[in-house]
Design a protein around this ligand. Structure first.
Ligand code: ADP
Ligand code: ZN
Length: 196
């Protein structure tokens, strides 16, 4: 029996990863816009936890934005991807459950180009699941770096500036800044806040 393949062997996974402010969302948006310009069918998702800027868009710190769908879990995402979708964009991958790598794998096996942006480390510099597992299975990896706001070196760390031991503390300016390995100080996040 002949099998008719409309989109043969096209699927793969791309991961864009690095610290906060390193340009992950900008790079994700750049790739998704180019796909849309080429009239490919693009679907964009983000986890519901991240509502810091806008409910239904992925937004960069430089205010680039694209409409997106909010999903609570990776299996919600899997069921929302249409058969005729060519490209699946996912922002804030680190806020998804551990099922995300398997969902991305299944989508790539269905012929989708899957692009995931997310933090590779948390505020203490620990690998941020499920990004390490995604990095292991991705065909293409882009590591983005910010600029250290203390010394100007390439910044691979997200410095938390407030006293909190919650792994997920959503926000940006005032709460976090980009720092290099020498200026990064995880103990700052646990230090008592000085009275003003
Ligand atoms: P990410 O998704 O990695 O958090 P974004 O793509 O949202 O990053 O934002 C990148 C933008 O953040 C930069 O183009 C720049 O305008 C801004 N920015 C703020 N602080 C820094 C910094 N320390 N180094 C580089 N860019 C920064
Ligand atoms: Zn530095």
């Amino acid at each position: 029996m002949d099998v008719i393949r409309t989109k043969p062997h096209r699927g793969w996974i791309e991961v864009i990863t690095g610290s906060m402010f390193s340009g992950k969302s900008e790079e994700l948006i750049r790739r998704l816009r180019r796909a849309q310009i080429a009239r490919q069918h693009v679907q964009i998702f983000k986890p519901l936890v991240d509502d810091r800027f806008c409910e239904s868009h992925i937004v960069s710190h430089s205010d680039m934005r694209m409409a997106s769908q909010n999903v609570r879990r990776s299996d919600d995402l899997a069921t929302r991807v249409d058969d005729d979708t060519d490209v699946v964009g996912i922002d804030e991958g680190q806020f998804f459950d551990t099922g995300l790598p398997a969902v991305c794998n299944a989508l790539a096996n269905r012929g989708k180009r899957v692009i995931v942006a997310g933090l590779d480390q948390d505020y203490l510099g620990r690998p941020f699941d499920p990004m390490p597992q995604l990095l292991a299975i991705a065909e293409y990896i882009t590591k983005t770096l910010a600029i250290c706001v203390v010394c100007g070196e390439p910044a691979n760390h997200t410095q938390r500036l407030v006293d909190s031991s919650d792994r997920v503390l959503v926000g940006a300016s005032g709460l976090y800044e980009a720092r290099c390995r020498h200026c990064f100080d995880p103990s700052l996040a646990a230090a008592p806040v000085e009275p003003v």
